[in-house]
Design a protein around this ligand. Structure first.
Ligand SMILES: [Zn+2]
Ligand SMILES: [Zn+2]
Length: 176
């Protein structure tokens, strides 16, 4: 199997207000699961430029374009964003996140990951952060529902996943 070339680091940035500790938890989870350094980036505002008033949601590709534009300032590192606003793609009711591997940008939303227990939200955010960063490292969606690279369509999917990657996704990154 050809092992994917990993970038030395990824940047993790927040767009708008987030619960305390979520960003730091994402950085730790990405570093631990994917074997890349994950560092912070600029704190961004809520992505009003992506707001679609008719849907009351935020257009994911517009956010990915903005995040991709930050790569130059991040030393070329791929950028993972996280936001509390609700995201959509034109053909979907909503998405939990999306990634553009060629552009080197991904975004996840905690809007639909909220739980009565704040620790459950943090855990879901960590799993989806690994998923998003994993896509930027070249991993594809995984058929194993326990693997972080499985495509989560709702919060319960996140709860079955993780904390990290399955054996074959680890092998694709050259991880033991
Ligand atoms: Zn995905
Ligand atoms: Zn997997």
């Amino acid at each position: 199997m050809k092992i994917l070339q990993r970038p030395a680091q990824v940047a993790v940035v927040g767009l708008g207000d987030l619960p305390p500790g979520v960003l730091a938890g994402m950085r730790h989870a990405i570093a631990e699961a994917l074997g890349v350094a994950a560092r912070g980036g600029p704190a961004l505002d809520r992505p009003l430029y992506a707001y679609n008033a008719a849907r009351g949601q935020y257009h994911t590709p517009a956010i990915l374009r903005r995040l991709a534009s930050l790569r130059a300032g991040a030393g070329g590192a791929p950028v993972v964003g996280i936001t509390a606003v609700d995201l959509f793609l034109p053909e979907t009711r909503y998405v939990l996140g999306d990634a553009d591997r060629d552009a080197g940008a991904a975004v996840i939303s905690i809007c639909r990951l909220a739980a009565a227990d704040p620790e459950a939200l943090g855990r879901r955010a960590r799993v989806e952060a690994i998923h998003a960063a994993g896509q930027l490292l070249g991993l594809s969606h995984c058929g194993d529902h326990r693997c972080a690279m499985y495509l989560a369509e709702e919060a319960v999917d996140c709860d079955r996943k993780g904390p990290g990657l399955c054996g074959s996704c680890r092998a694709a990154l050259g991880l033991p």
